[in-house]
Design a protein around this ligand. Structure first.
Ligand code: SF4
Ligand code: SF4
Length: 367
């Protein structure tokens, strides 16, 4: 029977505390006893969210993980159930790892915020027990970006490198080894209550320093795009000829969708050998030609149509359905597309179309 899982984030009035790196390490060490801890770890030169055994394994360096936080809640490949045919009939077993308590530490605000986007999808017309169980059993300690990367553009979407959305506790390093701690949700309060002795009150000086840091960082990042205007243009221009130009060069590799913290398409396959097997959920991508292939029809036969779908989904369809953008400006798609396709340039091209529509095409005076 389908169970209803309570995953609504219970916000509390944010508490402002201070904590040292040494105290954070002590808390993590104690938490490893009873729950799984995940954090950014560098392996073979690539930074990924991995389960850790001790705080020394955490990479506290600037920049985001190569793949996003979504894979801890919506894994690349995930068993939905396993099956075995016996003389008595078919036995079904559901995965047992979804109810373990977990803590994520070191997630960036864009990745945490992206979960508030995928949350809406996974409990919209159907409550996805696999995803929602992971969400319910995971506490997230985010870490503000005090040194955003060149490809980051959260500020262009009116988000912030210190955004609290999606974190239960948000840490901001305001001095060497000293963190400002925002306690944001009930889960965050529960952790704070358990480890109270490690926290002190944030001084007004520290809070002021944090605000000044944010102001300085934001001043160096992209200014907000007129996303409402972009949405209005998208509403009316599904068939505009500029789409072919915008998508030029896309090879349909799917990298942008796999790395994106908000993309959530999947496929279901049954893998079996003999009398036993598994039903698996695997990431899929609207960039792939076979994604929409049906026996007698292919609604998106050309790559530019698939590229348009992705842009439309991020900046129009998701807003239509859930009243917010499906992009957090993490910049992964910009920095890692093998064809150099750049989401910011796409938005700028759309902006040019709006400007052109307002001013009219420039005419050659001689012609
Ligand atoms: S936009 Fe880039 S990353 Fe995305 S499918 Fe096309 S080529 Fe691959
Ligand atoms: S579309 Fe690109 S920038 Fe936006 S959330 Fe996805 S990967 Fe990040």
């Amino acid at each position: 029977m389908q169970t209803t899982i309570e995953t609504d984030i219970k916000q509390v009035e944010t508490m402002n505390k201070q904590i040292s790196k040494k105290a954070i390490d002590a808390i993590i060490s104690e938490l490893t006893e009873g729950c799984q801890i995940f954090a950014p770890v560098v392996q073979d030169g690539i930074k990924l969210y991995k389960q850790i055994e001790s705080p020394e394994q955490i990479n506290w360096g600037h920049g985001n993980c190569h793949r996003s936080l979504k894979e801890l809640f919506f894994p690349i490949t995930e068993p939905v159930f396993s099956f075995r045919q016996t003389r008595k009939g078919i036995q079904i077993e559901t995965p047992g790892n979804h109810n373990k308590k977990r803590v994520v530490i070191g997630a960036r605000p864009c990745d945490c915020n992206a979960l508030s986007i995928t949350d809406k999808v996974f409990k919209w017309d159907y409550e996805d027990e696999l995803y929602l169980s992971f969400r319910e059993n995971t506490l997230i300690i985010g870490v503000s970006c005090i040194q955003p990367e060149p490809f980051c553009f959260c500020t262009a979407l009116n988000l912030s490198p210190f955004d609290e959305t999606g974190s239960d506790i948000l840490l901001t390093e305001t001095g060497k080894g000293i963190y400002h701690a925002n306690i944001i949700t009930e889960k965050g309060v529960a952790l704070f209550e358990r480890f109270k002795e490690h926290f002190t009150e944030a001084s007004p000086d520290q809070s002021a320093r944090k605000d000044a840091m944010l102001k300085d960082i934001v001043s160096k990042m992209p200014a907000p795009f007129p996303m409402q205007d972009i949405k209005t243009w998208l509403d009316k221009n599904f068939d505009h000829p500029v789409w072919e130009e915008i998508a030029l060069g896309c090879i349909g590799c799917g990298t942008c969708t796999y790395l994106c913290p908000t993309c959530h398409c999947f496929d279901i396959t049954d893998e079996s050998r003999g009398y036993a097997g598994e039903r698996l959920r695997n990431w899929d991508s609207c960039a792939f030609g076979h994604f929409t292939q049906m026996p007698a029809h292919q609604p998106r036969p050309l790559q530019w149509q698939r590229f348009r779908q992705r842009v439309m989904h991020k900046f129009k369809y998701y807003i239509d359905r859930f009243s917010r953008l499906a992009c957090v400006g993490c910049g992964r798609c910009r920095s890692l597309c093998p064809a150099g396709k750049d989401t910011v340039e796409v938005i700028q091209t759309l902006q040019k179309q709006i400007d052109l529509a307002e001013t009219g095409p420039k005419t050659n005076k001689k012609g």
